[in-house]
Write a protein that binds this ligand. Structure first.
Ligand SMILES: [Zn+2]
Length: 163
């Protein structure tokens, strides 16, 4: 198995708190190609819909994002650029944000997609050669999309260049 295939087939740990409902081709106009992975996330309680919560307005260029479930009360950090992705794995410096400061992107729950990428495969070959055991967590972009129930299109909630 080549490096990109191996990365694509290993779910990053940020998604493990949730249920990966399916892996799909990104809709047209989104970043696509072998280095991009798009998955739909649901809750481990079985709910296929979630809320995305971020901090707005935020001093941070990319606020951390949480996913919450109104069926079971789950509320978990999905993404913090200080902790996750290439730069986050190197820095490990969490954003200083209280959950009470979070605001739901939408009043209703909806479908949540995340897209992440591994665009310069030689960097991942280097990580693996250095003995890094979780190269799949070093994605170089990360985007969260949300589609409210009844809506036809996904909207981008946040997008981060992580490397
Ligand atoms: Zn739930």
């Amino acid at each position: 198995m080549d490096t990109i295939e191996s990365l694509r087939n290993t779910t990053p740990h940020i998604a493990a708190k949730f249920r990966v409902l399916e892996t799909l081709d990104s809709p047209k106009l989104w970043n696509r190609g072998a280095s991009f992975v798009t998955v739909m996330l649901g809750c481990k309680c079985g709910s296929p819909t979630l809320k995305v919560k971020t901090v707005r307005p935020s001093a941070a260029a990319v606020p951390p994002a949480y996913l919450t479930c109104c069926h079971c009360g789950m509320s978990e950090l999905l993404f913090d650029e200080g902790l996750h992705g290439w730069n986050g794995e190197m820095e490990k410096e969490a954003a200083n944000v209280a959950q009470s400061d979070l605001v739901a992107y939408s009043a209703d729950e909806g479908a949540v997609l995340i897209t992440y990428s591994y665009q310069n495969v030689e960097n991942y070959d280097d990580l693996i050669a250095e003995g890094v055991k979780n190269p799949e967590d070093y994605f170089d972009t990360f985007t969260v999309y949300f589609r409210q129930d009844g809506a036809s299109n996904f909207a981008s909630v946040l997008s981060c260049e992580c490397a």
